[in-house]
Design a protein around this ligand. Structure first.
Ligand code: ADE
Length: 253
């Protein structure tokens, strides 16, 4: 069982996420628990204050340290969790990061808000995480993105294990295109090869499309990927403008 504890002043933000699709099934099956912790429940004053002005002056308010530390103390009584805080300048979240987090049993995500969080909170943080170079008004959408990517990596969450293997990024390449019925829609045809029943050819076509997609859309990923000798031949063919049919004929596959 993997557990996420989300420290937030908007716990209701997570209701839709918890109750939808793959995530809700994983929750119901006891594979994952999503504990949205309301920081207001851990305040120390009667007004339930979660934020305060900045020492030294400056605009805006900061999340106060006490509710965060108190919530953390309660969560970490039995076992020290892995603690993330969402920040626009944090480590960029990617598939590798998601795999790393899928190995941890207990994860705390502190959702930043307003102009930020009291710096002393960093004492309990293992990593700052960003979901991209843009500024959100709070960390809640980032927490949802992170949890979604991690939860689907837990064994038993995504039904067909092959659909994980075929995922874009799982081996550093983008995915291949897929089609369902009808075979012709508004004049657009499903590629002949996919209807051929020739599984070996389909496998080669899919690999070709993965490499072509990555080359055209995300060439930066190709530099980081370990391509096999066969992959390199495909890449060189694509780079030289050869089409798939000519490639098949040339290499007699
Ligand atoms: N908080 C504000 N912007 C963010 C971002 N891009 N990623 C994570 N947390 C954030």
């Amino acid at each position: 069982m993997k557990r996420f504890h989300i420290l937030t002043i908007f716990p209701e933000f997570f209701e839709g996420f918890k109750n939808t699709g793959i995530v809700s099934r994983a929750v119901k099956n006891g594979i994952v628990e999503i504990n949205a912790v309301n920081l207001r429940d851990y305040t120390t004053d009667k007004h339930k204050t979660v934020d305060d002005v900045v020492y030294g002056g400056g605009p805006g308010m900061l999340l106060k340290p006490e509710p965060i530390f108190r919530a953390y103390d309660e969560i970490s009584k039995e076992k020290k969790p892995y603690v993330l805080i969402t920040e626009p300048w944090g480590r960029k979240f990617d598939q590798k990061f998601a795999y790393e987090l899928s190995e941890k049993d207990e994860i705390v995500i502190i959702c930043g808000r307003y102009e930020g969080v009291d710096e002393r909170v960093k004492a309990i943080v293992d990593e700052e995480v960003s979901i991209g170079d843009f500024v959100l008004s709070g960390g809640e959408p980032a927490a949802v993105v992170i949890m979604d990517a991690v939860i689907r990596l837990i064994p038993g969450v995504v039904g067909d294990k092959d659909s994980l293997r075929a995922d874009s990024f799982s081996e550093g390449l983008l995915g291949y295109p897929n089609y369902t019925r009808p075979p012709v829609y508004r004049g657009m045809e499903v590629p002949e090869v996919l209807r051929s029943g020739n599984h070996k050819l389909i496998e080669i076509w899919r690999r070709w499309k993965q490499i072509e997609n990555t080359y055209k859309k995300r060439p930066d990923l190709l530099k980081k990927t370990n391509l096999s000798e066969k992959d390199r031949i495909i890449l060189e063919s694509i780079q030289s403008g050869t089409n798939f049919e000519d490639f098949i004929e040339k290499y007699n596959v």
